[in-house]
Write a protein that binds this ligand. Structure first.
Ligand code: NAD
Length: 269
């Protein structure tokens, strides 16, 4: 990409050692931003994620290993980031998320706590710590990766759906509170959710495997899509990244408080 409109900007993408987050980190780097990644993984996986983001942009990628279940670890990360970014990041992408699909009465309490902490509470903490600097600067972008499950429910996903409806609501409140900050020239401070349907990443592998029924992985993918996603096509992580990068443009200053489905028609039904 030759349009480096984010040159001079800094970004944090949570959960970016894999999947959608890694693709967004690469997209922001390619658009010129200096990117901080976060997420779990082996040293090799983390080194490889840093190398991929460096290669997409012009280098300088840093990794923060904060476990997002721990508010104190998030605070420490945000304090370090304020120094790294000269006063506070310009772009915050809350992407980290986990899933566990079983009926409500079988849901382990520990899974409920982890899913709410990672998928929802971590975004509250990063936003409360990052948004004052954005407001002061008159430019800021918060892109929260919710899900189609922030707009409609499916069975067996109680904490996931609760967390995703929660992050859609949290984002709308933050959007309203920051709507009048900055101006058209500075780009304003916006907060939006992207709500993907099925995206080809490790997160959904257990759900594909559960539908293979002795057949191939492709059979599992087809069955998963047929249940909910009318396009019958998976979204690629880079396609979610393209939308996240667009939301960071100055021209997107009046797109705020939205929850945008990228779901092949799932929520149109
Ligand atoms: P993924 O499993 O590929 O990546 C998840 C990332 O979160 C990884 O980097 C992982 O290390 C990180 N993470 C997990 N627990 C963490 C913790 N405690 N602390 C810090 N980081 C942690 O998943 P993905 O599919 O790329 O999902 C990214 C986001 O997109 C999630 O919020 C997910 O709910 C959402 N989403 C995914 C799909 C899909 O079909 N894949 C659909 C809708 C929404």
């Amino acid at each position: 990409m030759s349009d480096t409109f984010l040159h001079g900007r800094t970004a944090l993408v949570t959960g970016s050692t894999s999947g959608i987050g890694l693709a967004i980190a690469k997209g922001l780097a390619a658009a010129g931003a200096k990117v901080a990644i976060n997420g779990l993984g082996s040293p090799e996986q983390i080194a490889s994620a840093i190398a991929e983001v460096d290669a997409a942009g012009s280098g300088g990628t840093v990794h923060f290993g904060a476990d997002l279940r721990d508010p104190a670890a998030i605070e420490a990360m945000m304090t370090e980031l304020a120094g790294w970014s000269n006063g506070g990041i310009d772009i915050l992408v809350n992407n980290a998320g986990i899933q566990h699909a079983v009926p409500l009465h079988e849901m382990p309490v520990a899974k409920w706590n982890d899913i709410i902490a990672i998928n929802l509470s971590s975004a509250f903490h990063t936003m409360r710590l990052a948004m004052p600097a954005m407001a002061g600067r008159g430019y800021g972008r918060v892109v929260n990766i919710a899900s189609v499950h922030g707009l409609v429910a499916s069975k067996d996903k109680a904490p996931y759906v609760a967390s995703k409806f929660g992050i859609v609501g949290l984002s709308k409140v933050a959007a309203l509170e920051h709507a009048a900050q900055g101006n058209r020239d500075s780009g304003g401070v916006t907060v939006n959710c992207i709500c993907p349907g099925w995206v080809e990443t490790p997160l959904i592998e257990p759900q594909i495997e559960a539908r293979m029924q002795g057949g191939s992985r492709n059979d599992g993918v087809r069955a998963l899509l047929a249940e909910k996603q009318p396009s019958l096509r998976m979204t690629l992580p880079a396609e979610i990244a393209a939308l996240a990068v667009f939301l960071c443009r100055r021209e997107a200053h009046n797109i705020t408080g939205t929850a945008m489905p990228v779901d092949g028609g799932w929520t149109a039904q």
